[in-house]
Design a protein around this ligand. Structure first.
Ligand code: PSU
Ligand code: MN
Length: 305
């Protein structure tokens, strides 16, 4: 694993850092919007007083803190694998290129000593999981790796009530940042979070208390939806149903299903979904920076929560 110079110094000195996933670059959004989403997230992290650490796999090495040239290379390379926990060892052994999901980004952030990570939305329990057993490795990672994940909830392509049940079973606290509602990325879901917090310091105290107690695993922070990110829930539901129908008709399954359905959603909404998604990632990044700052301050003071 290699750390970018700026990230390395920040980690060593206990300065706030926010890890950023690269699935957004290669899978989540079409090129070149994907690159600008990561650039904007990085700018929002800097604006919030933290150092961005974009994570990806380049020629068989994990890079934590990819620079713009490396991000560009990952966006334009052929044969970039979608890398989750399962895929990490294989892509590294082969010397390949990989875009990291929430699960594998959490692993790399944890290895690099970065406790805060930002993304758009997490994977979860898929609709129809009773038949397919399709549950994202993101949930299992949240159960075991000590990293706080800041996101806009999970997309309505998933079974959200069961996703929350799974998180409860695995002991992952779901914190609403300025919201009582677990957001479905572009629209409120109507499902409650475990607890609402309005200040970054309060979130940092939950992280510290959990880890000081030796309760391993992540903390999920879902960010309040900005009014201009929200799409009409009924319209969105129509797109989701249509996208899932197309996935079924084309017999898409396994790791391909999430990228396929996200791409269909973008196309069906004429780009609306992408616009809202980019804005959500920016907002999540600003929140993540505030939390990273608060957590770094708590740690520096050696304060008991
Ligand atoms: N949800 C989104 N956008 C994304 C993803 C999920 O709204 O880009 C990506 C993330 O990288 C997430 C991954 O970790 O998909 C989950 O894939 P799977 O369901 O195959 O675990
Ligand atoms: Mn899956």
């Amino acid at each position: 694993m290699d750390l970018g110079d700026e990230v390395k110094t920040a980690v060593e000195t206990g300065a706030p850092v926010v890890a950023v996933e690269s699935s957004m670059i290669n899978r989540g959004l079409p090129h070149p919007e994907s690159l600008s989403a990561v650039r904007e997230a990085s700018a929002a992290i800097r604006g919030g007083g933290a150092v961005p650490a974009v994570i990806g796999i380049l020629a068989g090495r994990i890079k934590v803190g990819m620079d713009e040239r490396e991000q560009e290379a990952l966006a334009s390379a052929n044969d970039v694998a979608k890398v989750s926990r399962r895929d990490l060892a294989m892509v590294i052994a082969e010397g390949g290129y990989g875009a990291t999901t929430v699960a594998s980004s959490m692993i790399c952030a944890g290895l690099a000593g970065i406790p805060v990570f930002v993304t758009g939305g997490i994977g979860g329990v898929h609709r129809g999981f009773e038949a397919t057993m399709d549950v994202s490795a993101d949930l299992e990672e949240l159960a075991r790796t000590n990293v706080a994940v800041v996101c806009a909830g999970a997309k309505a392509i998933l079974d959200l009530p069961r996703t929350l049940e799974y998180l409860e079973t695995k002991g992952v606290p779901v914190l609403g940042y300025g919201t009582d509602d677990f957001p479905a990325y572009y629209a409120p879901s109507g499902l409650p979070v475990d607890r609402r917090f309005d200040k970054a310091d309060a979130v940092a105290r939950v992280m510290k208390a959990k880890w000081d107690l030796g309760i391993g695993g992540g903390v999920l922070v879902v960010n309040e939806l900005a009014a201009d990110d929200a799409l009409d829930a009924a319209t969105l539901d129509g797109y989701v149903k249509e996208a899932l129908k197309q996935a079924e008709a084309e017999k898409v399954s396994g790791k391909a299903i999430t990228p396929f359905v996200l791409e269909r959603l973008n196309a069906l909404s004429g780009g609306e979904v992408m616009k809202a998604g980019k804005s959500a990632v920016r907002n999540n990044a600003a929140t993540a920076a505030a939390i990273a700052k608060a957590y770094a301050a708590l740690r520096a003071n050696g304060e008991h929560p």
